[in-house]
Ligand binder design. Structure first.
Ligand code: GLA
Length: 400
């Protein structure tokens, strides 16, 4: 595999012994079918918004790419479509219907295509009278408020596996009430549908969304991400402090990935992917996989990093240091080892040292240290000494 880590990022683990080869890879990832782990997949929003290119041909093409690019094998499972899939009006019986121009074959046929690829299918709606986009001709697409049972039944009849439920046009009705109504409707629909709440952290969903009666699989903790470093950084900082509210099957969601969309450098995209992974965030690819560049794809296919995100212990990484623009995040893993991310948010290079004790490791012991971006293995005492380029992140897995 091409080693694309710039030299400044290369790390010397103190007590560095002879580097072993990368031949013995860590287990790739936990069983991606386990619904309790952070959801992995694709959503079209960050790459297309509501532009005309968002249609069934595109989404079918994405499903094909999941197979040919090795994304399904790496654990990516959901192919989700976002706002603007629906027709302007409900049908004469009040049911949602697909936009006939974008999805002439209908949503059920699209779901079938995706299922034939061994993947799952996700849809979007809003807990309001209409969805967020667009306000063209002064009308939005119909939302789910007061239509929860009917819409959940429609989703189930279309074989939908996942619902992203947004917050626009909510008439200022209590969020707990609105999200409970859809959660209960989904549970009563006769189909298992993953519930991904998207109320942007406005009502502190981390306090209530993971518990009954809502019991959501994930909840957005922030506003929308944009494809630039400042946006990614801001969202990371808002989400990283919420770690103790996440648990198996109930995840903080700092929004979808921008990796590959062109607004950040590869160093920044590696940081984005590293930080989302160690925060046990949903990994929803937001770039057009039909035209993705090899470097971006390599980031999304980093199985060592994905294994951290999908670790079956199900703990969001905890930030043990936030000082001088250096962030150290530690995530305990099922096999007793720890994943560590060290991130330099600043615009200058920094030498960083982290003691084993800061990572919660016993001093005076010998550890196996795997560099999750260089894919090399060394022995060390559990401490880290690294040179970090501006905006760069290094990631390790340290265990005995
Ligand atoms: C909101 C959500 C986004 C996206 C758009 C669609 O802004 O937060 O993720 O779904 O709506 O209109």
């Amino acid at each position: 595999m091409k080693d694309f880590i710039p030299s400044l990022l290369r790390t010397a683990v103190s007590f560095a012994f002879v580097a072993a080869t990368a031949a013995t890879a860590m287990p790739a990832h936990a069983d991606a079918a386990t619904p309790a782990l952070p959801q992995m997949g694709f959503n079209n929003w960050n790459s297309t918004h509501c532009r005309d290119e968002f249609d069934e041909a595109m989404i079918r093409g994405i499903a094909d790419k999941f197979i040919s690019l090795g994304l399904r094998d790496a654990g990516y499972q959901y192919v989700n479509i976002d706002d603007c899939w629906a027709n302007w009006q409900r049908d004469k019986d009040g049911h949602l219907q697909a936009n006939p121009k974008r999805f002439p074959s209908g949503i059920k046929a699209l779901a079938a295509y995706i299922h034939q690829h061994g993947l799952k299918f996700g849809l979007y709606s809003s807990a309001g009278v209409s969805t967020c986009e667009p306000l063209k001709e002064n009308r939005g697409f119909p939302g789910g408020l007061d239509h929860e049972k009917d819409d959940a039944a429609t989703f189930a009849s279309w074989d939908v596996d996942y619902l992203k439920y947004d917050n626009c046009n909510n008439q200022k009705i209590d969020a707990h009430k609105r999200y409970t109504a859809m959660a209960e409707a989904l549970r009563g629909s006769g189909r298992q549908i993953f519930f991904s709440m998207c109320e942007w952290g406005e009502n502190k969903p981390w306090l209530w969304a993971g518990k009954p009666p809502v019991d959501a699989g994930s909840w957005r903790t922030t506003g929308d991400i944009s494809d630039n470093y400042a946006s990614m950084l801001k969202i990371f900082k808002e989400n990283v402090v919420l770690d103790h509210y996440a648990s198996l099957g109930h995840w903080n969601d700092p929004d979808m990935l921008e990796v590959g969309n062109g607004g950040m450098t590869d160093v920044e995209y590696r940081s984005h992917f590293s930080l989302w992974s160690i925060m046990a965030a949903p990994l929803l690819i937001g770039t057009d996989l039909r035209t993705i560049k090899p470097d971006a794809l390599q980031i999304l296919l980093n199985k060592d990093v994905i294994a951290v995100n999908q670790d079956p212990l199900g703990v969001q990484g905890h930030q043990v240091r936030d000082a001088g623009g250096i962030h150290v995040i530690v995530k305990p893993l099922k096999d007793g080892s720890r994943a560590v991310a060290v991130f330099n948010e600043t615009d200058t290079a920094h030498g960083v040292t982290v003691a084993a004790s800061e990572l919660g490791l016993k001093a005076g012991q010998s550890y196996n240290v795997r560099d999750l971006w260089a894919h090399t293995q060394t022995k060390g005492d559990g401490s880290i000494k690294t040179e970090l380029a501006p905006h760069a992140t290094v990631m390790y897995r340290i265990g005995q």
